[in-house]
Ligand binder design. Structure first.
Ligand SMILES: Nc1ncnc2c1ncn2[C@@H]1O[C@H](COP(=O)(O)OP(=O)(O)OP(=O)(O)O)[C@@H](O)[C@H]1O
Ligand SMILES: O=C(O)C1=C[C@@H](O)[C@@H](O)[C@H](O)C1
Ligand SMILES: [Mg+2]
Length: 199
């Protein structure tokens, strides 16, 4: 990873998206250590700036306020360099957030089954999962959001896998993605900057 005193990384910016409990916060932190990059968790940033926990923000300010904080944070984190960004579960669902994020760099989407998500979140206080039947709520919300998460750049399953293995797969897939990007850039410069549609 270290070459001539410089750190060789596949990307200088990457975001992690996906449903609640798929591991964005945990994997994002571990990925940032593996790539020696800064780490920002948008949920944590919002709670720090607002001075309230997410359940408090939802209860006292409303979900709309939380979503507007998310939008502001997305604009800011896309300006960072050498950063791994763990998004909230709903951040990528918002169309404008999605456009800005995908324009900035690769968005890795983490996936897990509703059962895994339920097991990982059952002792937490995520406001959108506060229900008499959280598993059904997870299934419903996941079905609704699935087509949008599919718009991410790289997709990685997290069920029954240790975090180190997931991080390793993400790093490999980011290298493959960056090779493809470079190949496209080289090809279009050889073609005099011509666009892909007219190749
Ligand atoms: N691969 C894994 N194996 C086992 N447990 C995991 C794995 N990934 C994450 N977890 C655990 O699952 C729980 C939820 O993970 P995490 O908080 O990272 O999810 P998240 O995607 O950030 O959720 P949210 O969208 O609500 O922020 C945590 O306790 C975390 O340690
Ligand atoms: O999926 C969602 O909409 C959310 C996920 C969490 O990360 C938090 O951002 C919040 O609880 C909302
Ligand atoms: Mg998180």
């Amino acid at each position: 990873m270290f070459t001539a005193g410089l750190i060789e990384r596949p990307v200088s910016w990457v975001a992690l998206a996906g449903f609640m409990g798929t591991g964005k916060s945990r994997i994002g932190w571990e990925l940032s250590r593996a790539l020696a990059m800064h780490f920002v968790d948008t949920d944590k940033l919002i709670t720090r700036v607002v001075g309230k926990s997410i359940p408090e923000v939802f209860a006292e300010e409303g979900e709309g306020y939380f979503r507007s904080c998310e939008q502001e944070v997305v604009r800011r984190v896309t300006r960072l360099e050498h950063a791994v960004i763990s998004l909230g579960g709903g951040t990528f669902i918002h169309e404008e957030n999605r456009r800005i994020l995908l324009e900035r760099g690769p968005v890795v989407v983490l996936w897990a089954t509703p059962e895994t998500v339920y097991q990982r979140t059952r002792h937490s206080d995520r406001p959108l999962l506060a229900s008499d039947d959280p598993l059904s709520r997870i299934r419903h919300l996941m079905d609704e959001r699935e087509p949008v998460y599919k718009q991410g750049t790289i997709h990685v399953h997290s069920d029954g896998r240790p975090s180190e293995e997931i991080v390793e797969e993400i790093v490999e897939r980011l290298w493959a993605w960056s090779d493809t990007q470079h190949a496209w850039a080289e090809r279009s410069s050889l073609l005099g900057g011509g666009d892909r549609a007219s190749d």
